[in-house]
Design a protein around this ligand. Structure first.
Ligand code: MG
Length: 406
C-alpha cells in the first residue's frame, strides 16, 4: 500500500474530532495525523499530541502557554501556532491531503476557507460555514480543485445515495445541477430524530432546562448541536446546508421526523424510487466514508440490526412548537446575508440558553427579532460575511439584554 494520507483534525478534542481520531487510530496504514487543533482542553490535546505525534498543533494562546516544552518530552518535533493563524496553517499544511472540519459554530469558518483555497479534501462536519457562505466555498472549491465532502450524517447519506457522476459534481462544488443526469433526482428528504422534546407540550417548552436539552435520545454530540437538535434549528441549518451543497431549491427538500435515527436521509428519483442510507447513529460511519471514499473500510461501528430495531416511524414536524424550521425556510427564500444572520443569532441564543440567561422558547423569538432588524444585502466575499456575522451578534446581544430572565 502507498504512504498513509496526511490528515489535519480541526477541533480534535470535540465530538467530531474524537470520532475522526478513533477511525484514524484503527487504520495507521492509511492515515497519518499531520495537524491537530483544540481551543480549550489543554490536557486532552497534550495527550493526543503525545499519541499521534503531529507535525503542527494549533490552540488558543493560553492553552499553548501551559504546554510542556520540548525538553519535557511528549511534544517533540511539533510546531505550535496559536490563534486563527495557527488554525489556518494546519488546514493548509503542504503534507495534508484531508482536513476534518469539526469546529463547532462560525469559529471554524476561516480555517475551512484556508483548506479549500489550498485544494484540500475537506470533510465538512460543522454545518455553519456552509450555512453562512456555502456559495463562496463552492466557488473557491471549483477554483482550487478542492473537494467539499459532506460528513453531516444526513448530507453524507444523500451523497451515498447518488450515482457516481452526481457524486463527483457535488464534491467538486458544482451541485446536482452541474451533472449530466440531474433530472433523475426530483427531491430529497432529511430525517430528524425530533430531539429530546419531541413529545413535550408547547407550554412546558418554556421551562425545559439546558441539562434536559442536552439529553439527545439517539445521538451523542457536543452542546451547541444538541440544543440545535432540541429546537429543530439543527434541521433548519441542515436545510440550508442541503440546498447549498446539492444546489437544490428549498421546495425540493423535505424534513420528516424519524425518531429511531436509523434511516439518515432519502433521495427521490423520477421513476418513483426512494433510495436511503441506514446505519447506527454514530458519526464514525460518515467520517469513515469521507476519509476512505471511494473505498469502504471498517469504521468500528456495528451494522444496524433490523430485527432489534423492530420498527420505523415517520411523522411530519410540528412547526408551531418548533418554529426554527420555518425560520430557516424563510431565510433560504430571502438568501443573500439572511442565512449569516440566522446563524449568528442562533449561536448567541443557544449560548444564552446554556448559560440559563433565556428560556428555551426564547431562542426562536430572539432569532426572529434579529432577522427582522437586519437589512438583507448581497455577500460576495468572506470579509462581508464576517462583518454581517459580527453585526448580527451585536444586535442579538442588544435584544438579549432586554429579555434576560430576571
Ligand atoms: Mg446532521
Amino acid at each position: 500500500m502507498s504512504n498513509p494520507i496526511g490528515v489535519s483534525v480541526l477541533g480534535a478534542t470535540g465530538s467530531i474530532g474524537a470520532s475522526a481520531l478513533d477511525v484514524i487510530r484503527m487504520h495507521p496504514d492509511r492515515f497519518k495525523v499531520v495537524g491537530l487543533s483544540a481551543w480549550r482542553q489543554a490536557d486532552a490535546l497534550a495527550s493526543l499530541v503525545s499519541e499521534f505525534s503531529p507535525s503542527v498543533v494549533a490552540a488558543a494562546p493560553e492553552v499553548l502557554a501551559g504546554f510542556p516544552s520540548e525538553a519535557n518530552g511528549g511534544c517533540a518535533g511539533a510546531a505550535y501556532c496559536s490563534g486563527a493563524g495557527g488554525l489556518n496553517s494546519i488546514a493548509s499544511h503542504p503534507d495534508v491531503v484531508t482536513v476534518v472540519a469539526g469546529i463547532s459554530g462560525a469559529a471554524g469558518l476561516e480555517s475551512i476557507f484556508s483548506a479549500v483555497k489550498s485544494g484540500k479534501r475537506v470533510l465538512i462536519a460543522n454545518k455553519e460555514p456552509l450555512v453562512m457562505c456555502g456559495d463562496l466555498l463552492r466557488q473557491a472549491a471549483r477554483e482550487s480543485n478542492a473537494t467539499l465532502f459532506p460528513v453531516d450524517s444526513e448530507h453524507n447519506a444523500i451523497f451515498q445515495c447518488l450515482p457516481d457522476g452526481l457524486q463527483r459534481e457535488v464534491i467538486a462544488g458544482r451541485g446536482l445541477k452541474g451533472g449530466p443526469s440531474h433530472p433523475t433526482v426530483s427531491r430529497i428528504t432529511l430525517t430528524a430524530s425530533g430531539g429530546p422534546f419531541l413529545r413535550t407540550a408547547a407550554a412546558d417548552l418554556n421551562n425545559v432546562s439546558p441539562h434536559a436539552a442536552l439529553q439527545h435520545p439517539t445521538w451523542s454530540m457536543g452542546p451547541k448541536i444538541s440544543v440545535d437538535s432540541a429546537t429543530l434549528m439543527n434541521k433548519g441549518l441542515e436545510l440550508i446546508e442541503a440546498c447549498t451543497l446539492f444546489g437544490l431549491d428549498e421546495s425540493q427538500v423535505e424534513v420528516v421526523i424519524h425518531p429511531q435515527s436509523a434511516l439518515h436521509s432519502v433521495v427521490y428519483f423520477e421513476d418513483g424510487s426512494l433510495i436511503g442510507q441506514m446505519a447506527n447513529p454514530d458519526m464514525r460511519v460518515p467520517i469513515t466514508h469521507g476519509l476512505s471514499y471511494p473505498d469502504r473500510i471498517p469504521s468500528g461501528v456495528a451494522a444496524l440490526d433490523l430485527v432489534a430495531l423492530g420498527r420505523f416511524e415517520f411523522e411530519a414536524p410540528d412547526t408551531e412548537r418548533f418554529p426554527c424550521l420555518e425560520l430557516a425556510r424563510a431565510v433560504i427564500s430571502q438568501g443573500r446575508s439572511a442565512p449569516v444572520v440566522l446563524n449568528a443569532a442562533n449561536e448567541v441564543a443557544v449560548e444564552a440558553f446554556l448559560g440559563e440567561r433565556i428560556r428555551f422558547s426564547d431562542i426562536p423569538s430572539l432569532i426572529e427579532a434579529v432577522l427582522s432588524r437586519h437589512d438583507n444585502a448581497p455577500v460576495t466575499e468572506l470579509g462581508q460575511v464576517l462583518e454581517v456575522d459580527k453585526e448580527a451578534r451585536a444586535i442579538a446581544c442588544n435584544i438579549l439584554a432586554k429579555m434576560l430572565i430576571g
